[in-house]
Design a protein around this ligand. Structure first.
Ligand SMILES: Nc1ncnc2c1ncn2[C@@H]1O[C@H](COP(=O)(O)OP(=O)(O)OP(=O)(O)O)[C@@H](O)[C@H]1O
Ligand SMILES: [Mg+2]
Length: 253
């Protein structure tokens, strides 16, 4: 995968907004994150940059010296670039909130501090209809000005209404439920239906959708180096069945 795409996914650059990664259980979201994140980490040279991964499923392994907990986070980040937190199963929301608050506190004390904060399986505690909890909303809405970026993961297109306005990119894995296709169109102008067959035929493939530009691109599954090849290169403009503005293919993902 090109560095530009890794940057678009993870780099807290004070410009790009947040990322939402969607797809049904087992569609490849966590695998994608793990390998693209490690690829990004290898290339990202900013000495003030940190990666914080909150994993409610207690699954991810990003290697040596990456595991910590809320109490140890600040100290851990002084010495290590990557912090993985397994929140207590009964208090995922509270621990996520406290983690974000701590990151803001660290940032306040160290203006050069930058971080990308990944929240895997956010649907385990984040309801789509309720207001997002305070710190999460703060991160989604004001993180950019502090060089803090959020990457959220969910099973559905409907993430949380109060966070959806601040999303720059969607990474959409297979999600074969028609209702979600409609949500994707209504909320992001993303025509998920157009890709539904291909996504379900090729396991772990995904669509990259640039929300701002309205461009989409089908991508092959990533390998362990975090690389993905683009598919359907020669494809022409998709037909827009919704009658809205027609979308272009993304050309530099
Ligand atoms: N690109 C890939 N190449 C090979 N195997 C993959 C790939 N992506 C995912 N897998 C395998 O598929 C399984 C499910 O993937 P993963 O855990 O990433 O799903 P998920 O979307 O995070 O699911 P959930 O929503 O339940 O957390 C894993 O065992 C993983 O090793
Ligand atoms: Mg997962």
């Amino acid at each position: 995968m090109k560095m530009t795409m890794l940057d678009k996914l993870y780099k807290p650059d004070g410009k790009r907004l947040n990322v939402l990664i969607t797809g049904r259980p087992g569609s490849g979201k966590s695998y994608f994150i793990k390998h693209t994140l490690l690829a990004f980490n290898k290339k990202w040279k900013d000495p003030n940059g940190r990666i914080i991964y909150i994993d409610p499923k207690l699954e991810v392994d990003l290697g040596e010296d990456t595991m910590t907990d809320l109490e140890g986070l600040e100290k851990h980040l002084q010495k290590n670039r990557i912090a993985v937190i397994y929140p207590h199963t009964e208090y995922v929301e509270e621990e996520t909130e406290a983690t974000i608050q701590m990151i803001y506190d660290i940032q306040d004390a160290n203006p050069d501090f930058k971080a990308v904060i990944l929240i895997d399986d956010a649907q385990t505690f984040l309801e789509s209809t309720r207001q997002a909890p305070y710190q999460l909303k703060r991160l989604a809405l004001t993180g950019r000005s502090k060089n803090l970026r959020m990457v959220g993961v969910a099973h559905m297109m409907v993430f949380n209404k109060s966070l959806e306005g601040s999303i720059s990119y969607l990474v959409n894995f297979t999600m074969p439920v028609k209702l979600y296709h409609r949500d994707a169109m209504v909320r992001y102008g993303f025509d998920a239906k157009e890709y539904a067959d291909e996504l379900s035929q090729t396991p772990y493939s995904f669509v990259w959708f640039d929300v701002t530009a309205g461009t989409s691109r089908l991508m092959a599954p990533i390998d362990v180096k975090g690389e993905s090849a683009q598919e359907r290169k020669g494809q022409t403009e998709p037909v827009d069945t919704q009658g809205k503005q027609s979308r272009k293919r993304d050309t530099d993902a």
